[in-house]
Design a protein around this ligand. Sequence first.
Ligand code: ADP
Length: 497
Amino acid sequence: MSQQIDQLVAEYKNTGSLKGLPSKLYIDGNWSDAHNGQTMDTLDPSSGKVFASFSAAQKKDVDLAVEAASSAFHNVWKLTKASRRGEILSRAADLLEQQADRFCVVEALDSGKPLAEAQGDIASSVSALRYYAGCADKIQGDSFPLGEGNYSFSTLEAVGVTAHIIPWNYPLATTIRGVAPALAAGCTAVVKPAEQTPLTALMLAEVLRSAGLPDGVYNVVNGTGAEAGSALVNHPKVQHVTFTGSVDTGVLVMQAAARNITSVTLELGGKSPIVALADCDIEKTAEGVLWAIFYNAGQICSAGSRLVVSREIHRQLVDKIVEKAAALKPGHSLDNPNFGAINSKAQLDKIAGFIDRARARGIKVACGGNKMHSAETADGWFFEPTIMDDVPMDDELVQEEIFGPVLSVQVVDSLEQAIEAANCTQFALAAGIYTQNISSAMQLSRAIDAGQITVNDYWAGGIEVPFGGNRRSGIGREKGLQALRSYCATKSITLAF
Ligand code: ADP
């Protein structure tokens, strides 16, 4: 870790907080309190302690932010040359990269994830800004062959004000994943971070401002989902909502958007399978499955939370993953352990509830299964890396998203059974396949219903690759060129001569 990270970690350990953390709302280029002065606390999941507080927006504050974004859209941003928008995003990428150490410490502290994981998040956020900076002046329409006497073409026009509702597992990365393509396309943005992780979206405001982003183009209204989030997604001047979170909240967001005929991108839950066939490389597969479910302590919508394994290698593979899981060491996020905290006490209790009920049903616990209490975890919220073995297809451990470090193992006897098991839930977000046989890999890739499939490397991908789910996992795609389309409306123009 760098000297600056060491200094920030020392400051936090000595004082219980960090100097200079943002705490206000960011509306129209100004830092302001909520109009009624309301604030909320943010907690360090690794210790369970409050380390900062922040302004909590009410409907009135959200209205101001949307008005500012609307005015900035019509008067400034949509009139700004596309190449200039790209330059600003590109400069923001450079500035974020320069400030990566501070961002990484704050992100680790607020979310509970290990420093090294937070570093990965900041690096991918920089990549996303660079990627969409390069896209800004390449958003092009088509021409249509009507024949003699007509000339017909289309333009892709920015839709207007966009709302971004952010979850607590990837606070900055999810913000940038939505905001960067929106801004590149010429839209303005109002961001509502999760109440558990309010800080880095605010810090991004300073980065964007320093990069030259005009006032009102990017606004942040922290607060609760019920108050600030709901006011934002119900606002009639919002033209697109990008939401990442739970299915239940996604339904509310979609209902609100429907009333205003607002388009939505929904990134919802997952229960993504990893299919391991008998011919897979056991070591590589075990390592892949380990990080597919235990990275960010399993708090990832696309985590590989189900292992669908051929009976021939079931014992050998599960034993190998159990052995690797035993080497995961929890600890305070700023001590950079290889296994981090659960983001909130409520989430920790929810995970424990799933395992308690499974035990009562007689499901085998191959490893873990308990909240952690040790010198390293102190009063933080930690749950052991957990593997539940040979789980029946209709069990809630297979069917429900747990959003924690819990792998459910399903044993199968054929490729057909593997496909059936992989597709047996209401979710269809991601899937991993481990096999040496290209033909089996292709058959599975065709047959599994998911937005993204990876073969022999579960987390393979990047900002270039579209990301999103089918069925109850969501609507639309983020990342890649496809994300830009969510923020553009096609206009056709036809001339007769
Ligand atoms: P979780 O239950 O894990 O916190 P949610 O899906 O409820 O997940 O939260 C994801 C994001 O949605 C958060 O920023 C939260 O504040 C926001 N949110 C919650 N309820 C609503 C709502 N009714 N309208 C808009 N946003 C909401």
